[in-house]
Write a protein that binds this ligand. Structure first.
Ligand SMILES: [Zn+2]
Length: 101
C-alpha cells in the first residue's frame, strides 16, 4: 500500500465510497467507473481512485473505478503504474540533463 492510500482521510473517504457502491449494488443500480464511464460489473473488482491524482483525498475527488484493464478502460493499477513510470523517467531525464555529454 502506498503512503497515499495509508492517509487517514483517504481511508475514511474510501470506506464511504465503498459503502455507496455496496448500496447501489444492493439496489441493482449501475456502478459507473469515473475513468471510462462504463458500468463496473459485480464480478469486476474496483478500486477507489483519485479523479485528480494530485487533488487530495476529499470525497469529491474519489470515485470507484475498474481495478484492472478491461475493454477500453485502462484501469486503476495500470494508470498508477504509468504515472510512476513517467515520474521515474522524468527523474532519469533530469539526471541526464546534468551531464555535459
Ligand atoms: Zn473503467
Amino acid at each position: 500500500m502506498s503512503a497515499k492510500h495509508a492517509d487517514p482521510e483517504y481511508r475514511k473517504n474510501a470506506r464511504i465510497i465503498r459503502g455507496q457502491v455496496q448500496q447501489r449494488r444492493k439496489r441493482d443500480d449501475d456502478v459507473t467507473c469515473w475513468r471510462c464511464g462504463r458500468a463496473i460489473h459485480e464480478e469486476q473488482t474496483f478500486d477507489v481512485g483519485h479523479i485528480n491524482p494530485d487533488g487530495g483525498h476529499s470525497l469529491d475527488n474519489l470515485a470507484p473505478e475498474h481495478r484492472y484493464k478491461s475493454g477500453r478502460c485502462q484501469g486503476n493499477r495500470a494508470a498508477g503504474g504509468r504515472l510512476g513510470a513517467a515520474r521515474q523517467q522524468a527523474r532519469t531525464a533530469g539526471t541526464k540533463g546534468l551531464l555535459p555529454w
